[in-house]
Structures are given as structure tokens and as C-alpha cells.
Write a protein that binds this ligand. Structure first.
Ligand code: DC
Length: 227
């Protein structure tokens, strides 16, 4: 069977993960959330007192981290540090900020590159991140650049965190979104950018189901209509 890869890149809060997860379910692919892998590195650093700005210390710690990715029957991705499931702890705003710094360390990107490519070699995947179409899977079957206005993204992230019981303000979330956009697009290595051959999907004025519809249509169009 032919292995198909769908690369989805875009800024944080554009709905990449929830949309990619649902699209993967619809199409029978495995959803790979690469942001969660970077978040796990940041979480390890935070727990072990390693500053994400100390790139030499972060690089030196990589072999000890024992990062594992586990997929349950229903396709849910779990992040493990050794035997410990840290999938929930990596989702806080504090870890989001640390992740942005850790993701700019060249050794971290090189270390995770291999891991991500291997995942896409053995199965059909929808992989989301910042450099999937440009660096990780430059020959992906289809590439999508999924984006939305910063205010719309902050609004959605705010609701998501409040639904989880977190006490956050729109202003602080918007500031975080803008800071991460800046970091992700201005870093020297693998900055977030739309691949020349990526299809642009802007979800600013679309609700979840409308965005999903557009996404699945584009994927079907470029991977074969029989999916
Ligand atoms: O998608 P996310 O919000 O979980 O990503 C967290 C951080 O990781 C974000 O600042 C960008 C970074 N990241 C990256 O640099 N490359 C990826 N492939 C995925 C995420």
C-alpha cells in the first residue's frame, strides 16, 4: 500500500491540531502532532532546571530525555518521558513559551527531525508543525499552510484554556500568540513559512466544521479521490 503524507504548517492557534486530528480520523491516517514533541523537550528542561536559552545544556540533555511517542487504538498520540505520560502537563501557557525557545535550538531540531521522518515512513500520516512541508517532509504528497488572524487565534486559545478551567485573559493570550508568531517566523533555523507548493487555508472567517470541510477537500483532491 502506498504511504501518503500530508504536511500541515501554520502559526499556533490556527486550529491545526484539532482539524488535523479530525481529518486524519475521517481519512484513516495517523495524526502526528510534532508540536507535542517539542513541548515534551521543553517540559523536561523545565522539570530539570535547564534554561531553554542555554542551548548547550539543552543539547547535552537530549540523549537522556527518553522521549517516546505512543499511539493508542483510536489514534490518540501520547507523549512519554521514559514510562511517564506527560501529554497533559505539556499544554500549559508556561510550557508553550518555553517550547518556542527550545524549538530554536538547532540541536533540538536535528534530533527531532529523524524521529518525525521515521514516523511518516511506515504509515500514512497527517503531520502538523511549523516546518513539515519545508524541512521534515519536503516531498509530502500534499502540503497545506493553515492560518488565521492573530485575534481569532487568541480568541480560540482563550476559550480552549478556559474550558480546561484555566484562569486566563484575552490580552495575555494574544500577547503570547504574537510573541510566538514572532519567535517562530524569525528564528534562524527552520523558521515558520509557507512552502512554495503549499495550499493556503485561512480559517479566520470559518467555523470548525467549515474549516474541516475545506481541509478534507484539499487533501482528497491531491491524494486521490477514492480516500
Ligand atoms: O503547535 P504547538 O503550539 O504545540 O507548538 C509548540 C511550539 O513548538 C511552537 O512555538 C512552535 C514549535 N514547533 C516547531 O518549531 N516546529 C514544529 N514542527 C512544531 C512546533
Amino acid at each position: 500500500m502506498k504511504v501518503i503524507s500530508v504536511a500541515i504548517d501554520g502559526p499556533s492557534g490556527a486550529g491545526k491540531s484539532s482539524l488535523a486530528r479530525r481529518a486524519a480520523k475521517t481519512l484513516g491516517f495517523v495524526y502526528v502532532d510534532t508540536g507535542a514533541i517539542y513541548r515534551t523537550v521543553a517540559f523536561y528542561c523545565s522539570e530539570n532546571g535547564i534554561s531553554p536559552d542555554d542551548s548547550a545544556a539543552v543539547a547535552a540533555a537530549l540523549p537522556q530525555m527518553q522521549i517516546q511517542i505512543d499511539y493508542s487504538e483510536d489514534g490518540t498520540q501520547r507523549m512519554l518521558l521514559g514510562q511517564r505520560d506527560v501529554s497533559e502537563q505539556i499544554r500549559t501557557p508556561e510550557i508553550s513559551m518555553l517550547t518556542s525557545a527550545v524549538a530554536a535550538v538547532p540541536e533540538v531540531r536535528a534530533y527531532l527531525l529523524d524521529m518525525q521522518r521515521k514516523l511518516a515512513q511506515v504509515r500514512s500520516v497527517i503531520m502538523d508543525g511549523r516546518d513539515i512541508g519545508t524541512v521534515v517532509l519536503p516531498n509530502a504528497t500534499v502540503k497545506i499552510y493553515l492560518t488565521a488572524a492573530p485575534e481569532a487565534r487568541a480568541q480560540r486559545r482563550c476559550k480552549e484554556l478556559r474550558d480546561k478551567g484555566m484562569d486566563v485573559t484575552f490580552e495575555e493570550i494574544l500577547k503570547g500568540v504574537q510573541e510566538r508568531d514572532y519567535n517562530d517566523t524569525h528564528r534562524d533555523i527552520s523558521p515558520l513559512k509557507r512552502a512554495d507548493d503549499a495550499h493556503l487555508v485561512d480559517t479566520t472567517c470559518l467555523d470548525f466544521e467549515e474549516s474541516l470541510d475545506v481541509l478534507v477537500k484539499v487533501i482528497r483532491q491531491y491524494t486521490g479521490a477514492d480516500l
